[in-house]
Write a protein that binds this ligand. Sequence first.
Ligand code: ADP
Length: 360
Amino acid sequence: LSRDFDDDNDPGRVRVAVRLRPRNAEDLSEADFADCVELHPELKRLKLRKNNWNSESYRFDEVFTETASQKRVYEVVAKPVVESVLSGYNGTVMAYGQTGTGKTFTLGKLGKDDASERGIMVRAVEDIVANISLASDTVEVSYLQLYMESIQDLLAPEKTNIPINEDPKTGEVSLPGAVTVKVRDLDHFLQLLQIGEANRHAANTKLNTESSRSHAILMVYIRRSVPEIVEDDINSQNMKAKGNFPLVRKSKLLIVDLAGSERLDKSGSEGILLEEAKFINLSLTSLGKCINALAENSPHVPTRDSKLTRLLRDSFGGSARTSLIITIGPSSRHHSETTSTIMFGQRAMKIVNMVKLKEE
Ligand code: ADP
């Protein structure tokens, strides 16, 4: 499966998949329900409809129908990124789409009662834990929320306004103020994710906002000792004594559940002034600008304009591997949002990055 998703000559291109949510009760209650999209998964294409079917079809790396399983979505979209993170590159998996189209279902679903429902966050950590040696390597996670350009720690919600640190030499982005927890096993991670979800819910209730206006960001840090060097050197004790430590390879995976892509003035957010709406969406707008700049190969990518794009600086573009999953609903009522979501995905399809291995 994943081979197909990878099957071209530019391993660093951003991979973009589309996932259609099944019809929900609201869709089913529409007397005049009409499909907004026509999927051709075998061709990896879809068509949009307004009054008539638009004759143009849009190609993606993968098109998932409403029956696609969580397992298949993970294997196609996220597994290649996880594999590259395991071998030392940074990577990002992001979900973009209108509120209610399945971003959180795709990324954050815990699947407590039914493991087949588990989303990408759980499956990625499961895969990572299964493929490293917890005796010599470490997996640590931070879980954050970004709302109104303030980063809050979802594992320690009293920590707000966490600053972003960028190493001037290496360009490495870090959040020294955020809690990082060493993952013991998958159950431990599930507990952390659940705590994060509860804190996200509580924080949004307190702020009287909806989670759809904030971005949730899971950061998974992996440190692996490079085995060749340790094994080759019989006198590694002596090396240590001389202060000559074995090499450690560091990489990180970001899984980003983006704020709803709908324009705020349409989402029933009464009382929000236009300026405030712009501020709430600053990170999303700025991500869009960066994607356009990268897609056009522009020499200037405005990553400094928002917290989200600053956080993504060393994990999106450059040497990092990225997958984007675009989520859409089936009803033509949301034609304009679905169209703009599809266009966002089409621009991201054009981003090509250079891949190189980095070692500490
Ligand atoms: P978003 O994060 O984009 O706002 P959610 O992930 O919360 O959307 O999804 C909205 C609702 O639709 C939830 O009840 C979710 O369980 C359901 N849903 C979304 N995608 C799917 C899917 N592929 N299969 C079954 N239910 C889904």
